[in-house]
Write a new protein. Structure first.
Length: 273
């Protein structure tokens, strides 16, 4: 991977991690046309995912500080901050189960080609468009049950082409949660799973090193430090912009335009497959 490819891949990751168009799907499309192999560029994938997590923490630092301030205070019952954090923990259960027990199966699907990405983008489009026209009564707070259902949407969205942010936000809207709170919850709930996945991938990159002792040659790195730095910085900066932009988009209820975009791209990919 050269510097230009790293810049473009970092830009795609940073923007599409938050915009409801599927980062995994767009990275799969870009890798296909650039001729890149995901396994060979595992270090880059880990780095740009961590960069987008950092961008979330920068944009939502006030909300994170609010949770941390109330986390260790106790007056006989759970406070608002602790209930919010518990809802995030509940939302992580489905994706945790998928990550532990079905990770290999999901990775096989990721290699299934552009047809699968196209079909999943059409599902994303349908979900976004349907949530735009649905008008359930709005709730004041995200309940534990709603958090779990939103977590199910996040777990299913590990498929390439199913947008994580689009699926979780649209599901929350269909459940009747206020759009002003959903984007923040959606972005905060993904921080632990991404960091957990990054840790598993780091362990995977360390595995070849242990194979050296058994006489198996370690894979050669396919990205230089300059390209890696460019990709990480691009993912971080574009992630900050996209995170802030997406929060405003959700508040204004403009998700339908992304639904139309996903429908067009999905249809084109299916036609090209």
């Amino acid at each position: 991977m050269d510097t230009l490819e790293a810049f473009l891949m970092g830009l795609i990751q940073g923007l599409t991690e938050y915009l409801p168009v599927s980062s995994s799907g767009h990275l799969t499309i870009a890798s296909h046309f650039f001729g890149l192999n995901g396994e060979e560029n595992l270090t880059f994938t880990i780095a740009v995912h961590i960069a987008t997590v950092l961008s979330t923490m920068v944009i939502l630092w006030k909300e994170i500080a609010w949770i941390l301030r109330g986390l260790f205070s106790w007056n006989g019952s759970l406070n608002a901050e602790q209930r919010y954090l518990l809802a995030i923990v509940v939302s992580m259960i489905p994706v945790g189960i998928v990550g532990v027990f079905f990770k290999d199966y999901v990775e096989e699907i990721f290699g299934a080609g552009l047809f699968v990405v196209g079909c999943c983008l059409l599902v994303t489009a349908a979900l976004l468009i349907f949530s735009y026209y649905a008008r359930p009564r709005r709730k004041e707070n995200i309940s534990y049950l709603d958090a779990f259902i939103i977590g199910l949407a996040q777990a299913v969205a590990v498929l390439p082409g199913l947008s994580r942010s689009g699926s979780t936000i649209a599901t929350g809207l269909l459940l009747g949660n206020k759009k002003e709170k959903l984007a923040q919850f959606s972005f905060l709930m993904v921080i632990p799973p991404i960091l957990g996945e990054a840790l598993l991938d780091i362990m995977k990159t360390l595995k070849p090193a242990s194979d050296v002792a058994t006489g198996v040659a370690a894979a050669e790195p396919t990205i230089g430090p300059m390209a890696l730095t460019v990709g990480v910085l691009t993912a971080f900066i574009s992630g900050c912009l996209a995170c802030k932009w997406m929060i405003d988009i959700v508040k204004k209820g403009k998700l339908i335009y992304f639904g139309i975009y996903c429908a067009v791209v999905g249809a084109v990919l299916i036609a090209l497959s």
